[in-house]
Design a protein around this ligand. Sequence first.
Ligand code: ZN
Length: 203
Amino acid sequence: MKIICIGRNYAEHIAELQNERPSEPVIFMKPDSAILPAHNPFYIPEFSNDIHYEVEIVVKINRLGKHIATRFAPKYYDEIGLGIDFTARDLQNKLKDKGLPWEKAKAFDGSAVIGDFLPKAHFEDINAIEFGLIKNEEWVQKGNSSLMLWKIDEIIAYVSQYFTLKIGDLIFTGTPAGVGKVSPEDELKGFIGNQKMFEVKVK
Ligand code: ZN
């Protein structure tokens, strides 16, 4: 399976990192080795002094597809979850400055936290999902899928022009504003609405 991630999909997050608003979705990938095994702590890797959390809605693909039209995209997923796209921001900034690929900063071991999934039928409107992240009992990120620059179905249509989507593939749909650094002993909890989707301890 593969993890496809969308960068710069929320205007306020683009602004906080002083990035340019893209004219097309920004895409990068994580290998399956990036998945943090369930209930494991996240260990801050030695190569970074600035690991950021990014809470994101995650879509699980349930059908093989390529060149999917936006209007047919809803047929390709029936579960929505929540995860963290851990990012070595210091390393990413160096790579960005040089115009180099982001993999070392984005796709390292443990960089993908994947929480529980909810059936699509749970949601009244896929484009109005409230979600957020609590760090040490304090809300640090709050988002709503209505604020995505590219909505879930548009993302599926876009990425499937380049990559065949397979059963079990995951799409991280971008992070809202409020990203920040993690430190040892931090506790992160992700929520969709008031439902807890994951809990991670940082070491
Ligand atoms: Zn992200």
